[in-house]
Design a protein around this ligand. Structure first.
Ligand code: ATP
Length: 215
């Protein structure tokens, strides 16, 4: 009985994977699954960006399609959920606003872990209100194929020195997959089989996505 009570009172640990998911691929799913296991997260929330601030100059597929592909990719995993919170917000989708909204929803005791890849960590100082952000949640920083490991480690060290141990490095198997590369392949009429879930591949084919996109 005592054990049950103790367990019930344990604060929840929630991972948040923000991204454009244009389209979602196995790189995203692997970092979410690794984070879930390594950090004993109760669930991982996938949050497709409405208007991604780092990609304002680029052509990004309509939110509705990116949201549906994210749902198709995650709905066989009971620990994965998709949130439309950024889609429902007007203007650029800043992580700080998402974390503030999640904090309101889950309360102060819940552990929030924002999951990112190495490229996003290297961009960290360009994120809106990054000082407030790093104090508002923990970060899980995944290694990523093609990014300078030394610079990545240095950045994590630097953030530790500035803000304490609020960011954790996570080694994942190198998967040289990016949405950019997938869009390019589809645009060139090449296959993306085995790089993303079959349900997502099917959705892309049925809706003739990425046929006319440039970037
Ligand atoms: P694009 O190529 O369009 O920039 P992307 O493949 O980087 O897209 P995003 O939706 O921008 O995908 O990524 C969301 C998060 O997932 C980011 O923090 C990114 O670093 C991380 N991520 C994406 N692919 C990988 C991968 N193969 N390995 C590790 N992290 C990844």
């Amino acid at each position: 009985m005592a054990y049950l009570k103790e367990n019930k009172e344990k604060p929840e640990k929630i991972g948040i994977l923000g991204g454009t998911f244009d389209p979602i691929h196995y790189g995203h799913l692997v970092i979410a699954q690794w984070a879930k296991e390594e950090f004993s997260l109760d669930k991982v929330l996938f949050v497709p960006a409405g208007t991604p601030p780092h990609k304002l100059h680029k052509e990004v597929l309509m939110g509705k399609h990116r949201y549906r592909m994210t749902t198709l990719a995650t709905n066989t995993n009971p620990n994965f959920k998709v949130s439309s919170m950024e889609m429902n917000r007007l203007g650029p989708s800043y992580t700080i606003d998402t974390i503030k909204d999640l904090r309101k929803e889950y309360g102060k005791d819940t552990f929030l872990y924002f999951i990112t890849g190495a490229d996003s960590v290297l961009d960290f100082y360009t994120w809106k209100d990054y000082e407030e952000l790093i104090k508002s949640c923990y970060f899980i920083a995944a290694t990523r194929e093609g990014y300078d490991v030394e610079k990545f480690n240095q950045r994590i060290e630097e953030i530790h020195e500035l803000f304490g141990h609020r960011i954790f490095k996570m080694d994942i198997p190198d998967l040289d997959i990016s949405s950019t590369n997938l869009r390019k392949r589809i645009n060139q009429g090449k296959s993306v089989k085995y790089l993303l879930p079959e349900t997502v591949e099917q959705y892309i084919i049925e809706n003739k996505l990425y046929k006319d996109l440039k970037g």
